[in-house]
Design a protein. Sequence first.
Length: 137
Amino acid sequence: MPPDMDQPPKDSSIAGEPDDPFDALVWAAVESLPEAFRERLDTVAIVVEDEPTSDDLAQTGAAGLLGLYTGVPRTLYGAREAAVPSKITIYRATHLRVFPTPDALARGVAETVRHEVAHHFGISDARLEELARERGG
């Protein structure tokens, strides 16, 4: 586990520049997005939680999750007025298990943030996989 991340807080919300090292990675990943995307995240809560819940796993059918987007994608008509708030959750403990070095962790968090933001803009997992194959990743 990377230094300074062995005793993470249980949950946190990313607002401003965070003190927690993992939260700082999430914040940096959001800040690295092109302005055109960042300015359209104003209605999205971006939070860090330790682990996905059993409901999160059941909702996705996944055995494990690095992140989860819930809400109404912006591509749907009236998404800004939707009664369901949009939320991106990044799972700290999963990342710490999957990405053992600080560099790998930073890359993994950035990729997860981009992936979940893509869902906010209506891009499916299938399309993300197709794009990854096209760019050789």
